[in-house]
Design a protein around this ligand. Sequence first.
Ligand SMILES: NC(=O)c1ccc[n+]([C@@H]2O[C@H](COP(=O)([O-])OP(=O)(O)OC[C@H]3O[C@@H](n4cnc5c(N)ncnc54)[C@H](OP(=O)(O)O)[C@@H]3O)[C@@H](O)[C@H]2O)c1
Length: 260
Amino acid sequence: MDKHSSRVALITGASRGLGRAIALGFAAAGYRVALAARDRVALEEVASEAERAGTPESLAIAVDLAQPAAPQEMVKRTVGLFGCLDVLVNNAGDTKRGDFLELSDEDHLSGFALKYHGMVRSCRSAWPHLEKSGGAIINISGVGAQTPEPAFTIGGPVNSAIINFSKALAKRARDGRPRVNVVCPGHIVTDRLRKRIAAVAEREGIGLEEAQERLRQSLEIASFGEPDDIARMVCFLASSEAAYVHGATIIVDGGSTPGI
Ligand SMILES: NC(=O)c1ccc[n+]([C@@H]2O[C@H](COP(=O)([O-])OP(=O)(O)OC[C@H]3O[C@@H](n4cnc5c(N)ncnc54)[C@H](OP(=O)(O)O)[C@@H]3O)[C@@H](O)[C@H]2O)c1
């Protein structure tokens, strides 16, 4: 990717997992980075890593993005410090898995509150700045959008809604400003996947390694993905090399999605 020392990327859910890897990807490309999540200490560690990776300047924003006013505040602080915004990556998400009959209204509402409504509000607040800069929005969805699962009745619909909304926003973007795209990660090794493997191990009374292997075989993939696999795609979509990619949904899943 080109070096962009004056460009600014705002990444949500940047304290760990995919968001951390995405933030470090932009830092290595020379972007100034704004990092948002709730855990201030973890964010500051990622900010230090970003500086070592090459960012000229970083900003840690400790914020609960499920709260209605938080996305606007996050964008205001980013533009207040850096003066502009070129890339918004909506990655924060924490939808609960489980049997449909055991998931409550509150589980459904909180899953949508963060990953869907937080993303919508972030797009709304960032839009005028991204329109001006001719920048890019990349929304992180997930392969549950294409492949519904009985244990994923919150995350699947949230991820599908993100794709529908993103397509509508892409159509709204006059002259392709900003470009809007979606990345659907498959099974990537982060805390979120580790928790899922631990739950399989407990349920089936087996060790972690065996649970991981059973999950891998059931998905028919050669291996689980690494956060950098997603970060590279997100950084590509933000770059001028992807100038004609607009309104697209890109699946990065090692081949696990069975349909077309
Ligand atoms: N890993 C996968 O295999 C996979 C597959 C498909 C889709 N995805 C999607 O990719 C995204 C990242 O997943 P991940 O695996 O990296 O998850 P993760 O390791 O659990 O990280 C989630 C991130 O979201 C932040 N977050 C959670 N609640 C928040 C809130 N209320 N306000 C602000 N930030 C909040 C967390 O930070 P704090 O706790 O500090 O707030 C953390 O930085 C999610 O949207 C997930 O659905 C992941």
